[in-house]
Design a protein around this ligand. Sequence first.
Ligand SMILES: [Zn+2]
Length: 154
Amino acid sequence: MQRLITAFHRDDPGDWVADLDCGHGQHMRHRPPFQSRPWVTTSEGRDGMLGAELDCVRCEAMEWPASLVVHRRTPEFDETSVPAGLRRDHATKRGVWARIHVLEGALVYRVGAPIHRSATVAAGASAVVVPEVRHHVEIDGKVRFLIEFFGKGA
Ligand SMILES: [Zn+2]
């Protein structure tokens, strides 16, 4: 799915990496003739790419980015106290990841486009919520769960 370039940094071998608003990075190598990105070698070129979109396959794979920190944790919900909004399609904001931790019982977690996945999440397991991807939970029976929201560190 499309993500915005927010910054660039160099990795250990010195290759440029685009930092995306989802928290993932993507190598932007200039190695002609196979990878031609002369713009990445100058600060003007890199600045010109800030805000551009890149396809992030790691988001579609629901891969948890490195170095996220917890920003907020909901109270525990059960089958009677689950907010209605969680049972309808909704999405977190840009750059906001979440984990649904099931403490007891089970729920069904359904993820919409472009990921299209469903899973039963049982006690002791957690589900990954990808930024800006619509999803909802289905609850049919006893459950106890909470949600943690993550983003970049300070
Ligand atoms: Zn991503």
